[in-house]
Structure formats: structure tokens, C-alpha cells
Design a protein around this ligand. Structure first.
Ligand SMILES: C[S@@+](CC[C@H](N)C(=O)[O-])C[C@H]1O[C@@H](n2cnc3c(N)ncnc32)[C@H](O)[C@@H]1O
Length: 102
């Protein structure tokens, strides 16, 4: 998919640094240290008019309600009407499992 642009948004600075290091040099992939609440802002910066897909793994149950609402509102704003929103629900049993994904 040569025209696809991927934004990775991670709030935690340590996790962000790991992701940025892993994906540095990847074409059309941008790793951002910030909050998914600002999804539309990050998309504007990267000239992305809408999202075809949003994959999230935020712990909505433990986030402040205001933050959860804001993330969901941002996602609704940018997702194309035929776009897909996927919630991953991966449970890491150990550090080796995590390495498979990172
Ligand atoms: C369940 S963990 C993800 C685990 C990851 N899939 C893995 O394999 O290790 C949820 C992640 O959401 C991030 N997060 C929480 N609030 C966020 C927000 N507002 N914007 C972006 N990321 C957020 C956390 O820092 C955390 O890394």
C-alpha cells in the first residue's frame, strides 16, 4: 500500500521512544508522543484528510471519562464513513509476547 500513511500515537514517553526507535526510517509511518485526543490535529499536520482505519488499544475503562470521550469524538470526526475502527484487546503474558508485536 504505497500511498497509505500510518500514524502511531502513544502517550507514554518511554513506550513512545521504543516505538519511534523501532519504526525509524519507515516510509509513510509517523510516531507521535501525544494523546489520541488530538488525532485530528496530528492528521492535519501530516496532511491526512481522513482515516480509513483506526486501531486502538487504549485502556478506556481506566482513563478519565473526559479523555475517553474526547478520544472517541476525535475518532468519529476523522474516520471516513466507510472506514473501520478496530479495538485490539491483546493480553501480554510475558515480555517475549510483547517483543513479537513491537
Ligand atoms: C493496553 S496499553 C497498549 C499495550 C500494547 N498494545 C502492547 O502490546 O504493549 C495502552 C496504551 O495506551 C496508551 N495510552 C493511554 N492513553 C492514551 C492516549 N490518550 N493517547 C494515546 N495513547 C494512550 C498507554 O500509554 C499504553 O501504552
Amino acid at each position: 500500500m504505497p500511498k497509505t500513511t500510518i500514524l502511531i500515537i502513544e502517550y507514554n514517553q518511554i513506550f513512545y521512544k521504543r516505538l519511534a526507535e523501532k519504526y525509524k526510517g519507515e516510509k509513510n509511518l509517523h510516531t507521535i508522543n501525544g494523546s489520541a485526543e488530538n488525532l485530528n490535529h496530528y492528521m492535519r499536520i501530516h496532511n491526512i484528510p481522513y482515516a480509513d482505519a483506526i486501531v486502538s488499544d487504549q485502556p478506556f475503562a481506566s482513563l478519565p471519562q473526559e479523555m475517553s470521550d474526547s478520544i472517541l469524538a476525535s475518532a468519529r470526526d476523522v474516520l471516513h464513513e466507510e472506514g473501520k475502527s478496530l479495538r485490539s484487546n491483546i493480553k501480554m503474558e510475558n515480555e517475549d509476547d510483547r517483543k513479537v508485536l513491537l
